[in-house]
Design a protein around this ligand. Structure first.
Ligand SMILES: C[S@@+](CC[C@H](N)C(=O)[O-])C[C@H]1O[C@@H](n2cnc3c(N)ncnc32)[C@H](O)[C@@H]1O
Length: 209
């Protein structure tokens, strides 16, 4: 993964990635979302890069109305099937966007971007700035990034941006409060079942009411 040279079309890259295999992610909600959203009253949520929908389903089951957005139709289809299986289709809307090119309309009480990294072209700074613009007054923007490559990664070509770099790139004004901006360790199992600690960069920001 090279950060500086990403000619590949996002739609083609992710569609190929999802459609060339069966289920790609664990199906479990992201731990940092659980922690951040547990304290929030349910409202309207936007999940950016929603993948196969585990976070959107979890939010919907807790009373949120969710808009789940991804560039891959296959990922959205899997998420929609999972939602149907749990009777959640009336609470989740799915939209396909290449966030480099288009962004969903509306404002949201929670905008969540979980591991919105991509080996294909992704103008993250611009996407995260737009994400902030779509947070409703009093709402929360939750960004969870990989802080570093997992210990089992063979190549470390991808450079994950640091917390301050991400926040600076968003150029937030004084209407924003940082509720959390920190690195957090997360215990997991690697691909061969080996225990490992992953590092997450967690940013929770609130827009003034
Ligand atoms: C690393 S995965 C994370 C998926 C999910 N948020 C999770 O935590 O399991 C990144 C997701 O972002 C989506 N994505 C990447 N580039 C995108 C783009 N330009 N527009 C919309 N979605 C994109 C991918 O299709 C993928 O589902």
């Amino acid at each position: 993964m090279h950060n500086d040279d990403k000619p590949e079309d996002a739609r083609r890259f992710w569609e190929e990635r999802y459609s060339s295999s069966g289920r790609t992610w664990s199906g479990r909600v992201n731990a940092q979302l659980v922690e951040a959203a547990a304290e929030l009253p349910p409202g309207r949520a936007l999940d950016l890069g929603s993948g196969e929908g585990a976070d959107a389903l979890w939010l919907a089951e807790r009373g949120w109305r969710v808009l789940a957005v991804d560039v891959s139709e296959t990922a959205l289809q899997r998420a929609s099937e999972a939602a149907a299986g749990r009777n959640l289709l009336d609470r989740i809307e799915f939209q396909c966007h290449d966030l480099n090119e288009s962004f969903p309309e509306g404002t949201f009480d929670l905008v969540s971007a979980q591991y919105l990294h991509s080996p294909a072209r992704l103008d993250r700074e611009a996407v995260l700035r737009r994400a902030a613009e779509h947070v409703a007054p009093g709402g929360v923007l939750l960004i969870v990034d990989h802080g570093e490559a997992p210990p089992w990664a063979k190549e470390h070509l991808h450079r994950f941006p640091g917390i301050e770099e991400v926040l600076a790139g968003m150029q937030l004004d004084a209407t924003w409060t940082r509720l959390r901006a920190e690195q957090v360790g997360r215990e997991t199992l690697g691909p061969d079942g080996q225990p490992a600690t992953l590092v997450d960069n967690v940013m929770v920001l609130r827009k003034a009411a």
